[in-house]
Design a binder for this molecule. Structure first.
Ligand SMILES: Cc1ncc(C[n+]2csc(CCOP(=O)(O)OP(=O)(O)O)c2C)c(N)n1
Length: 628
């Protein structure tokens, strides 16, 4: 079988079952994308994995994981104004980080064109909120295309690329979790590899790129004109689709995943409403919508998350003097969660109970139970939380950040009681430390997150001489999003590089109290923490241990991992249960008689549990030694 990399470079027409994120990469190649940047975040990481499957020397574009989304956006922008067609992709909340530069893009003449791919996350499957980034389109005067399946991801990206290059303006391709991760047989077109002309084209003589004072107005005027001109494109665009079910009474305007779910829900229905499925969602195809409204007595707007379409469509109806009854969101629940078929059934039944009979719900019963998230067996973060908890009193305040270590919030550790966004922890901790003499403040921060958005908070704590302790949870990777490299790991996406050493960096900044300790040295870490929280001013503990999921995978591949198993000496065990109730490795459980047992399928034989037993009842079972 050919590899994914070969498939992505095939020059003839072909069909293949692929994820939306993979189809996106093929579209990038066919469109002559020259520079692609990103920062990891679900639902987008598989896009980078598809890029990785193409050997670097065969990759027709430059790709990097940048240190954050703002940096990634700026690099794609810089490449575009120099004549290269570029793309940046990141997750929903990544846009908040990118926003300061992102909102400037429409003011600029993007010589090479630029597509911003945003992976929104309705359902907050792997995000701290469900933010609906369609709002940013209004704010920034940027057109938005939204596909509903992998085939459309491929086609819509190519269309966005063409339009963006022709009009020298940015275009947003908005994806959502299930569009990124859905698999479909996609029909790909053949292509001829591009002969790129890489002559630098940037010229500040021909074009103003500095939006200050009086220059802002003409730039804004042009952005507004471009989005107004886009209106006629939206009206004629083949990305919008009318599904005519010959229903003069009822029509539904929808888009993206809700459209797919709606089709499932309507499958066996006799009296199907007509559907207008939108692909260009900003600016809206005004004429097409007005026509659809006029042709129906009632129109339901079916959209996931916020009432963005609803508001715009009601304005169109008002301005065009159309009396059709427009039904939008009915209650707060309509604003929440993914529009899976059962949700769409529920939402539609609230508006049209006779047409959408609730009995159909049975078809979409959930099969799998929800499971709580937890740290992996052997995770160094577990040892850190276990040890640090022993150094703090109940009154002390702990601040979480985003990463695997957010799970320290769960019992039995209950470390990390407040969370905003990536990199917030030092500054939120700083705020908590003000007028606070009695309760120590400890903030946690992952290493990738520190480079991403954590540094300004750290610099601020030094600069303004604040009093708190920061624990950097260093595991040498961006674990939560799939083990991407960061500036501290010694390699970027393309090659090995000199790592930035966190301890040296902090000392270079002038932090006086920097401690560094392997988290498996649990009692030492407890002692260090006691010292650190008692220091006056800002102290940092680098709690380091490699991500064991990554470490064991790599070691097993090389045949260099001894897969020992922990076992309980039942003769010695007095059922104190420290290993289960305080340390909480998921390999351990207590049976009905109170006996501690170890699940060999979960245990990785890391041994971090051994020291948690006050009477030494845990040992390594060497009889199972060997590499898997
Ligand atoms: C603005 C933003 N970008 C990306 C993400 C996705 N994301 C969640 S955690 C994380 C980083 C995790 O790495 P690290 O800080 O090293 O902690 P670890 O998971 O390795 O413990 C990322 C990129 C996000 N939540 N917010």
């Amino acid at each position: 079988m050919k590899s994914m990399g070969d498939m992505l470079l095939r020059e003839n027409d072909f069909s293949e079952i692929v994820m939306g994120n993979t189809a996106l990469v093929r579209a990038m190649i066919e469109s002559g994308t020259r520079v692609v940047t990103s920062y990891p975040g679900s639902p987008m990481p598989e896009t980078a994995e598809a890029i990785r499957s193409i050997p670097k020397e065969d990759r027709p574009f430059y790709f990097e994981f940048s240190t954050n989304e703002k940096v990634a956006t700026e690099i794609a922008f810089g490449a575009s104004v120099n004549g290269h067609f570029s793309t940046v992709f990141f997750k929903s909340v990544g846009l908040n980080v990118a926003a300061d530069s992102f909102v400037q893009l429409p003011l600029m003449k993007l010589k090479g064109g630029m597509v911003v791919v945003i992976g929104d996350d309705p359902g907050a499957n792997s995000s701290q909120n469900e933010q609906d980034n369609r709002h940013y389109a209004h704010l920034s005067y940027m057109p938005v295309f939204e596909p509903s399946n992998p085939q459309e991801v491929y086609e819509f990206y190519k269309e966005a690329a063409q339009i963006s290059q022709e009009r020298e303006m940015p275009v947003i391709l908005r994806l959502s979790t299930h569009v990124c991760h859905a698999k479909q047989k996609v029909n790909f077109k053949g292509y001829k590899p591009f002969e790129f002309d890489d002559t630098p084209q940037f010229s500040s003589q021909d074009e103003n790129y500095v939006p200050i004072t009086s220059k802002v107005f003409p730039m804004k005027r042009r952005a507004l004109k471009r989005i107004k001109d886009f209106q006629s494109y939206a009206d004629d665009s083949k990305l919008n689709e009318l599904i005519d079910n010959q229903n003069k009474d009822k029509g539904i305007i929808t888009m993206g995943v809700p459209y797919l779910s709606l089709r499932d829900v309507m499958e066996d229905m006799d009296d199907k409403p007509d559907i207008l499925k939108l692909g260009v969602i900003y600016p809206l195809p005004r004429k097409v919508i007005a026509e659809f409204l006029k042709n129906h007595k009632e129109v339901k707007i079916l959209e996931e998350l916020d009432n963005v379409l609803e508001k715009d469509i009601k304005v169109i109806a008002f301005e065009e003097n159309i009396n059709t009854q427009i039904i939008g969101k009915v209650d707060i629940e309509d604003w929440i969660n993914e529009y899976t078929p059962d949700k769409v059934q529920e939402v539609m039944a609230k508006s049209w109970p006779n047409t959408f009979q609730p009995k159909d719900l049975i078809r979409f019963e959930k099969k799998a139970e929800n499971r709580p998230a937890q740290l992996c067996p052997g995770c160094g973060h577990r040892s850190a939380f276990y040890a640090i908890k022993k150094a703090l009193s109940k009154e002390d305040i702990t601040v979480a950040d985003i990463g695997c270590h957010t799970l320290g919030f769960l019992p039995p550790y209950e470390m990390g009681e407040v969370l905003l966004s990536m990199g917030h922890s030092t500054s939120t901790g700083t705020g908590l430390s003000l007028f606070n003499k009695d309760r120590k403040v400890v903030s946690f921060l992952g290493d990738s997150t520190m480079f991403h958005a954590g540094l300004p908070g750290i610099v601020n704590a030094i600069f303004n001489d604040h009093n708190l302790t920061l624990v950097i949870m260093e595991n040498d990777t961006t674990a939560m999003t799939g083990h991407q490299n960061h500036a501290g790991t010694g390699a970027n996406f393309n090659k090995e590089v000199e790592p930035i050493t966190i301890k040296e960096m902090l000392e270079g900044f002038g932090v006086k109290n920097v401690y560094e300790i392997d988290t498996y040295a649990q009692s030492k870490l407890t002692e260090i923490m006691k010292d650190a929280v008692n220091e006056e001013g800002f102290s940092v503990v680098i709690a380091t241990h490699p991500c064991m999921l990554q470490f064991t995978r790599q070691a097993r591949k090389k045949g260099a991992y001894k897969d020992n198993k922990a076992q309980i000496d039942q003769e010695v065990c007095r059922q104190i249960h420290e290993c289960v109730q305080e340390f909480g490795c998921p390999s351990f459980s207590i049976d009905k008689e109170g006996k501690v047992t170890v699940n060999d399928d979960l245990c990785i034989g890391d041994g971090s549990c051994i020291q948690t037993c006050p009477i030494d009842a845990i040992e390594m079972n060497l009889s199972k030694e060997g590499s898997k």
